[in-house]
Design a protein around this ligand. Structure first.
Ligand SMILES: Cc1cc2nc3c(=O)[nH]c(=O)nc-3n(C[C@H](O)[C@H](O)[C@H](O)COP(=O)(O)OP(=O)(O)OC[C@H]3O[C@@H](n4cnc5c(N)ncnc54)[C@H](O)[C@@H]3O)c2cc1C
Length: 481
């Protein structure tokens, strides 16, 4: 039986060592265990937006810290590599800092749209609750085309539910604005209702979901030691299966050759060339667009047009003595409140492992920055820390005790913005890229920014790569030697 290099050990190169790239590499090895897999990560560490840093001597998450458990991909991957270390939050009760007080976030909402209007009373005034109950039709009935979340929800349920609920929740996930973000791409369940002309209020809940056995399980999960452990654990599995994981390996150019792809790494003065039978591009939209430009101009243009939001995560370790009891897992801040921080997580309350880190300090964090509001991030680190300390204290109604340590993690361009028309834009990218044999794209730019959606896009890209390699293997294997 004649064989070729491809049929024996195809070389698959994954560009980007964030969770998308690592999950894609694992997906390739699961589908084609004989593949030679190389992950090329441009920075000095794997993990991308999943990252741990020491604060008061204890490693804590300074990027993503929570995994949506309503969909299976992230908890499945975490369970595979971390087993029993996948844990539920100790508390899921959260608040909105609105009109001068912390007010409970309704338990059952779909990205802020409550199932029961009365559950929003207090956060919304009585008049605003009545407006919410008095759901209006969208002019023209069932929605035909994508629209901004804010415009659609405000028209049907009133501006207040957008300002005080939807906006802060979208701000938490996308660091974006309801007036810009796509209903179809960011809230597919509401989009589905909208296209059927159905009521938005009878939405499924964002509260606990029910397992097959009937027991409720929380909608979110974490990892003992932090979600930031996930990339390292996946990397360990990849290494044990023979994959090569390289850091400080920035891919500068992609060249298509007859038998696959050449990747150019390193400086212009001393470039390194790597050959690949297949490439998975698991990088943010801007570098993806740049690398695709010579080969898929439509995809490159569309990716280049995706805006990103810059944010910062401020982590505080404050003295436990004098802190008192913190209410729930934290709070969101609606932009209409005009504050610097957009959310705070009481990490020590939310995750038991964080609460147990030290008898002396408690870890809290604040998030800062929304799309188009880069000015706030031009402040120095100590100013961001100061603003976080003051505003968390104001929200709690008391001064925070002494801050023992603080860490500021800046995420420049960290979150792609899914503008109106995003789903069509992604379809255009995919159809352009589909013309390029052996090239796939995955990551936060496409089907959702949350870790589960990112892993899903990676798994899908890995499956397509395995399929491509099996096709060319068959094809080359059929050739006479
Ligand atoms: C502050 C913050 C908090 C978040 N919180 C949560 C959360 O709690 N839960 C949740 O589900 N999601 C959360 N997210 C979103 C989620 O973490 C990200 O969308 C996801 O991790 C993105 O993964 P990725 O692999 O697509 O991209 P990235 O993590 O950005 O990884 C891409 C990698 O590609 C590398 N790269 C770029 N260009 C090149 C190149 N030319 N050559 C080689 N390598 C290159 C980069 O260095 C990077 O490491 C959060 C995001 C942020 C910013």
């Amino acid at each position: 039986m004649p064989t070729s290099a491809v049929s024996t050990r195809p070389h698959v190169v994954v560009v980007g060592g964030g969770i998308a790239g690592l999950a894609a590499a694992l997906g390739v090895l699961d589908g084609l265990p004989t593949a030679e897999v190389t992950v090329l990560e441009g920075s000095d560490r794997l993990g991308g937006k999943l990252r741990l840093e020491p604060v008061a001597g204890h490693l804590v998450d300074v990027g993503a810290e929570s995994l949506l458990a309503v969909r299976p991909e992230a908890v499945a991957l975490a369970g595979r590599v971390a087993g029993d270390d996948v844990v539920a939050p100790s508390t899921t009760s959260a608040a909105v800092w609105s009109r001068g007080a912390l007010r409970p976030l309704p338990g059952a909402t779909l990205m802020g749209v409550p199932t029961d209007p009365d559950s929003a009373r207090g956060l919304l005034t009585d008049d605003e609750v009545e407006r919410l109950r008095d759901e209006q039709e969208w002019p023209g009935g069932a929605l035909q085309e994508d629209v901004a979340v804010g415009e659609y929800v405000a028209t049907r349920l009133g501006q207040a539910v957008v300002d005080r609920l939807v906006e802060p929740l979208l701000g938490g996930v996308y660091a974006g604005h309801a007036s810009r973000l796509s209903l179809r791409a960011t809230l597919p369940t509401l989009w589905d209702k909208a296209t059927r002309g159905a009521s938005l209020l009878a939405a499924p809940t964002s509260g606990p979901v029910t397992t097959e056995g009937g027991a409720p399980r929380p909608a979110f999960a974490g990892l003992v030691g932090g979600v930031g452990r996930l990339p390292g654990l996946v990397a360990d599995v990849l290494r044990s299966r023979g994959a090569a994981l390289r850091t400080l390996a920035v891919v500068r150019r992609l060249e298509q050759v007859t038998d696959g792809w050449r990747l150019v790494l390193g400086s212009a003065a001393s470039p390194e060339v790597v050959h690949a039978d297949a490439v998975l591009l698991c990088v943010p939209p801007t570098p993806a667009g740049r690398l695709l430009a010579p080969h898929a101009p439509t995809a490159a243009r569309v990716l280049g047009e995706i805006e990103t939001a810059s944010t910062a995560v401020v982590t505080l370790a404050v003295e436990r003595a004098g802190l008192g009891t913190l209410p729930g897992s934290g709070f969101l801040v609606p932009p209409v409140e005009g504050r610097t921080i957009k959310a705070s997580t009481f990490s020590g309350n939310k995750w038991a492992w964080t609460g147990d880190l030290s008898p002396d300090v408690v870890h809290l964090r604040a998030s800062i920055g929304r799309a188009g509001e880069e000015a706030v991030l031009q402040r120095a680190d100590d100013e961001l820390v100061e603003a976080s300390v003051v505003e968390i204290g104001e929200a709690l109604g008391r001064r925070l005790p002494r801050v023992v340590d603080a860490h500021v993690q800046r995420w420049g361009g960290g979150l792609p913005q899914y503008a109106v028309g995003h789903v069509d834009a992604v379809a255009a990218v995919r159809s352009d890229v589909a013309r390029l044999p052996g090239l796939e794209v995955a990551g936060a730019a496409y089907d959702g920014v949350g870790v589960p959606a990112v892993i899903a896009s990676a798994t899908r890209a890995a499956a397509a790569t395995v399929h491509h390699l099996s096709t060319i293997t068959t094809h080359r294997g059929d050739r006479p030697a």
